[in-house]
Design a protein around this ligand. Structure first.
Ligand SMILES: C[S@@+](CC[C@H](N)C(=O)[O-])C[C@H]1O[C@@H](n2cnc3c(N)ncnc32)[C@H](O)[C@@H]1O
Length: 240
């Protein structure tokens, strides 16, 4: 039998868990993800009229938070390759009657946008799912305007020696168990452990941001290093 690529596997996972995703997010993170997202939005300081892009937007909560921040003079675009995850996002947009948000189908590895289009490009719990982290960061850097920001909120590797074993035990054993009980998807929630265990730690990810051409990199750790935000800026090119 042919081996599934990482991209095919990830696609399959999210096409299947889309209708339980929001509920499960709150269960497996003990609601912490809401606090992390709120803090990241505060640090981003989005202005009314800005144009934002949220890739791997899933069911759209971060895109919608951005749409609220940019207001009706701005625009927030959410992009994802799972039609089912996007269908949940579109329902939320309709229910909230938000005109300034668009959800689009596409692949984070090859963003369907011209260079220098957005004030912000964000990715929330999406980077660890893509086949090539650096390529996606380069794509995000490409589509933001000079002075614009690339922001990633993702699980990370805890550095606290006491917390570390608890965290890994939880991810490996408890979380897939929650997945089985609450979402009837043991296999899909095992993927979260696999993708999170191999994901770069804070310093490594900051190096990838640098390699993607971003500067002024800020890092903020959450919940003992269980998650982290990285934010970098696209430099202005000096006139010759
Ligand atoms: C863990 S969910 C995160 C959803 C949302 N950003 C959030 O914060 O809740 C990861 C999302 O990334 C999407 N995704 C994974 N790889 C992708 C790719 N190569 N291109 C576009 N979307 C991708 C999945 O379909 C899924 O909706």
């Amino acid at each position: 039998m042919q081996q599934q690529t990482k991209e095919e596997r990830v696609h399959h996972v999210f096409e299947n868990i889309y209708n339980r995703y929001d509920k499960m997010n709150s269960i497996i993170s003990f609601q912490q993800h809401r606090l992390w997202r709120k803090d990241v939005m505060k640090r981003m300081d989005v202005s009314s009229g800005d144009h934002t892009l949220d890739i791997c937007c899933g069911t759209g909560d971060w895109t919608i938070a951005q749409a609220e921040a940019v207001g009706t003079d701005g625009k927030a675009v959410g992009l994802d390759f799972s039609i089912n995850m996007l269908s949940v996002a579109v329902k939320k947009k309709m229910a909230m009657q938000l005109k300034q948000v668009e959800f689009e189908h596409g692949n984070a590895m090859h963003l369907p946008y011209e260079n220098d289009q957005f004030d912000y490009a964000t990715i929330g719990f999406g980077l660890r799912n893509v086949p090539d982290y650096l390529q996606v960061l380069k794509e995000m850097q490409r589509v933001v305007k000079p002075g614009g920001k690339v922001v990633c909120l993702e699980t990370s590797q805890p550095t606290n020696q006491f917390f570390k074993p608890i965290y890994y035990f939880y991810f490996k054993n408890i979380m897939p168990f929650f997945g089985r009980i609450f979402a009837r998807s043991y296999k899909e929630y095992s993927w979260l452990h696999e993708s999170a265990k191999d994901f770069p730690g804070k310093e490594q990810l900051a190096c990838l941001f640098k390699e993607a051409g971003l500067t002024n990199i800020q890092v903020k750790s959450y919940s003992g290093g269980a998650a982290a935000m990285h934010m970098g800026e696209k430099q202005y090119v000096e006139d010759e």
